[in-house]
Design a binder for this molecule. Structure first.
Ligand code: NAG
Ligand code: NAG
Ligand code: NAG
Ligand code: NAG
Length: 539
């Protein structure tokens, strides 16, 4: 087969020099040849094949593992799938998508991140990157599936999750791309959300010369605090049926109560709170009077009101030690109910403590979670997974640009966590925002849930957002990724981040989200769905 293809390539070259058909054949040939031509230590090539635009790519990852099962290719590209050994007991699967138009699109490299407990390759972020001509790498973070089970008694797998898979996949991915195109990579970028946001900041902290631009969204930075705050939710709510628990309908009522109390603060009634810091919900509004019940009056008991108050309060551990800021006060109750306050312990905390921290399958949030567990987790900080370092001097000196954004309606990782990290960097480096702006900018995005969707102008062209209907019809020029490219390659730093309200595949509004510490402020007149009706003001 290969021999025939080579002969026909030669034939075509002789007949018509540099016809596009020839280039295509050569590209396909060079791609399948990677099996022989690309050699790297500790690396097995699992697949090297040409994939045409529009192909439904399916993945060999095991089924019940919380990962996507397919993605549609958005470019003609070469797909390389590698298995890289990281220790005698661990390995990482690396995918490299290399589009045909890479040379004419700026010779850019893009690394994508993961989510949750790790092991899902973000294929939609990868295909999106190839549609813009990037060579894109994704990896499984050292284990298959968004599950903590593979951590059980395998510390090397935890190490991959904390940082090594990212570092390894970046190195091997870059060498594969340079080899395939016989060319040096011009600029390197990173994009990821949630755990992927944490990985982006990990790169900024520990591998500051590997990326020119890092886009970190809703980062699970300060990992131990994020896991603790999520796990503590179950302690607050108790299981369904307990006196402290609220059912789904009751949380919908709470959501409407918060909207009623806080939506107007920013001058626009649109289910979006522009600055949640100004919203202090008062759940006592829903308290039942004597003889009243949920059934008769849609009101809450005192115990339930206290639950709501606790959920919207900061979290303190042993000896009153501050652990985490409060949950955002306006969130999509559906996702929040599913993952945070529905009375079922979240799998992330449960599996992290069980399999990574204690190596004890009998451990459970229900029976064993307390503040000593949290202290132990912070103190162990397995392989630096906490990602708490606030000194980004090396990143600054390497000219690495960092763009962080966080949805202000995020119900999984509170956006206050990102403010805290940003202000920590400011203090640690002794740089006011005007100077952090040179290399590190933070954009709070009102009306964005966790990574994707929301009631506001949430679509910024970011990680996890390209699964949404209509997303691909939006001009990518002011997407967060191309905004970063402009910053890195043309020195045009973004003052605002363009967000669009995307409903049922249709854009119904637009907003230019201001960078912290400026506040996106309604001018008081004009259609609030127009970006021009808002401006950036000092608080
Ligand atoms: C892609 O293939 C998978 C697996 O065969 C299938 O479930 C999915 O519906 C396909 N997607 C499209 C858009 O054709
Ligand atoms: C990857 O390599 C490791 C050995 O390092 C092996 O245990 C594992 O089964 C391989 N995975 C795949 C998908 O080939
Ligand atoms: C590499 O990037 C620079 C901008 O940083 C650009 O001027 C140049 O054209 C790019 N080179 C290639 C080969 O695309
Ligand atoms: C760039 O980062 C590396 C670490 O990856 C560090 O050793 C080096 O000092 C940094 N460069 C500068 C100019 O600070």
């Amino acid at each position: 087969m290969r021999f025939t293809a080579r002969l026909s390539t030669l034939y075509l070259i002789l007949l018509s020099s540099r016809s596009s058909a020839t280039e295509e054949t050569q590209f396909e040939q060079r791609c399948s040849d990677l099996t022989d031509s690309f050699n790297a230590v500790d690396t097995d090539i699992l697949l090297a094949e040409y994939v045409a635009q529009g192909t439904n790519i399916t993945f060999p990852e095991p089924v019940a593992n919380r990962c996507l099962k397919f993605a549609i290719s958005l470019a003609d590209m070469c797909r390389l799938r590698l298995n890289v050994t990281t220790s005698s007991t661990s390995s990482v699967i690396v995918e490299v998508f290399m589009p045909t138009n890479w040379e004419s699109k700026g010779e850019r490299f893009l690394m994508t991140g993961n989510g949750g407990l790790g092991g899902c390759i973000q294929y939609n972020d990868m295909t999106y990157g190839t549609s813009l001509g990037f060579a894109v790498v994704g990896h499984n973070n050292g284990h298959a599936g968004d599950t903590g089970l593979p951590f059980f008694n395998r510390p090397e797998v935890v190490k991959d999750y904390a940082w090594r898979a990212l570092h390894t996949a970046g190195k091997i991915g870059k060498s594969a791309v340079s080899h395939f195109y016989s060319s040096l990579i011009n600029k390197s970028y990173y994009i990821g959300c949630s755990s992927g946001g944490r990985q982006g900041l990990k790169a900024a902290q520990e591998f500051p010369d590997e990326y020119d631009g890092i886009v970190s969204a809703a980062p699970a930075v300060n990992f131990h605090a994020v896991v603790a705050a999520g796990s503590n939710m179950f302690k607050i709510t108790g299981p369904p049926g307990s006196a402290t628990h609220l059912n789904r309908d009751q949380w919908i009522a709470v959501h409407q109560m918060v909207v009623g109390q806080c939506d107007g603060i920013d001058g626009v009634l649109d289910n979006v709170i522009e600055d949640p810091m100004k919203c202090q919900p008062r759940p006592e509004e829903l308290l039942c009077g004597p003889g009243q019940t949920w059934t008769s009056h849609q009101c809450l008991t005192a115990a339930q009101v206290l639950t709501v108050r606790k959920i919207y309060s900061p979290v303190y551990g042993n000896d009153g030690k501050f652990i985490s800021p409060r949950l955002n006060p306006i969130t999509k109750e559906f996702v929040g109910y599913l993952f945070m306050y529905g009375g079922v312990p979240g799998y992330i905390g449960d599996e992290w403590y069980k399999y990574a921290l204690y190596n004890d399958p009998t451990w459970s949030i229900q029976n064993d979670f307390n503040w000593d567990v949290v202290d132990h987790d912070f103190q162990q900080d397995l392989f630096g997974v906490g990602t708490e370092k606030t000194d980004l001097t090396d990143a600054k000196n390497n000219n690495t640009r960092i763009l962080m954004y966080h949805g202000l309606a995020d119900c999984m990782i509170t956006s206050e966590n990102s403010y805290d990290y940003y202000e920590g960097v400011s203090r640690d480096m002794g740089l006011p925002s005007s100077q952090l702006d040179d290399f590190y900018r933070f954009f709070p995005v009102a009306g964005l849930d966790h990574c994707t969707s929301g009631d506001g102008a949430w679509f910024v062209g970011g990680s996890n957002q390209y699964t949404t209907a209509g997303a691909l019809n939006i001009d990518p020029a002011d997407s967060v990724l191309m905004t970063m490219v402009k910053w890195v390659e043309q020195g045009i730093a973004p003052d605002t981040l363009t967000g669009r309200k995307l409903v049922g595949g249709v854009v119904t509004g637009e907003k230019a989200h201001c960078r912290h510490p400026l506040k996106t402020t309604y001018k008081g007149v004009g259609d609030p769905n127009l970006a021009s009706s808002w401006e950036c003001r000092t608080a």
